[in-house]
Design a binder for this molecule. Sequence first.
Ligand code: NDP
Length: 390
Amino acid sequence: MRKISIFGATGSIGQSTIDLIRRDPAAYDVVALTGGGNIAQLARDAIALNADLAVTAYDENLPQLRDALADSGVAVAAGQAALIEAAARPADWVMSAIVGAAGLAPGLKALEQGATLALANKESLVCAGKLLLETAARYGARLLPVDSEHSAVFQGLVGEDIEAVERIIITASGGAFRDWPLADLKNATLAQASSHPNWDMGQRITIDSASMFNKALEVIETREYFGVSPDRIEVLVHPESMVHALVGFNDGALMAHLGAPDMRHAIGYALHWPQRRDLPVARLDLAAIGQLNFAEPDPIRYPALAQAYAVMERGGMMGAAFNGAKERALDLFIAGRIGFTDMAEITARVLDQIETQSGLIDSAMTLDNVSRIDHIARNAADAAAATGIR
Ligand code: NDP
């Protein structure tokens, strides 16, 4: 039996992972499941999967979790230290599906105990790619991509020499506002931004898809994970979300990965890697689909994309600053304190302010320094919002 843990078990990726695990329960020994506020779901899954431990990220939820799991035999814990302790428990395979920079510390701890880390939490790579990859190498652990685009590239590179790769193209649906008049974007509501044309995902990544902050993070994730230079990474708007990524080689070949927009494909690939197993995802009927469309992303509609390239050009710890500012701007939009287009205004201002602080941006990539920059970027985002964006 494989020992597995799922961080962010109550979220969209966590639930899709559990869906796959529950189809073959005898194959898995579940060590830890973690969640945040959704205690009922966490407790239900911990019982159904006979987990050793259930952890909520928030101390105040411990009594509720303890009540829900009384007499179940599942141990309970709460708080940041408990998340790290859960990640330190030996496991063969760990799903990293906490949303945001909060996923970094548990992911690093899981790598330190030699686990295979299935990484949905792209923010980890954006904030601290070098640190994650070095930690994996030092402890003989493995990092497998779960983002659908990066899983697609990873699959396209099997048996290939990375030196022969000319370019990597990741696709973007264009999100909820792809066809909106530009002038209407500033008045887009939270409800409108929280609906995705193709994918069923958590609220934060859905809004990030509408703004393309999600794709901006993924461009940086591509650079960190595959080590290709930024000028070799391209983004195409592809409204059907069926071609997830393409890898272009030096002989002109362009290898595309196609699949239904269902995260259980990428999760299942990482779960069974290096084998392929039957997965409960729809099979594409290309004749019925008829046509697939591609277009260049509009830089005015999606300013976050250019910011990602500027972040990579500056290097150092700019990724952590970008992600921290982005997370805070998103919090402010969700709270109704700023408009949709203000988010990219805020991240632009924070990047301008921070990029010249070389003592900060060029400091050593440690977990403490990443947290420090994340904190500074969030405060700078608050300050930018307070000085009035609109
Ligand atoms: P969700 O918002 O659906 O789930 C997030 C999970 O993290 C939940 O279990 C939540 O707990 C938990 N959580 C939230 N905040 C914290 C915190 N501060 N500390 C610890 N745990 C926390 O997100 P998704 O599943 O959509 O996304 C998860 C990650 O996967 C993100 O990094 C996202 O970018 C990435 N991803 C997601 C895809 C998707 O299809 N959804 C596709 C590709 C990547 P609770 O709900 O109990 O509060």
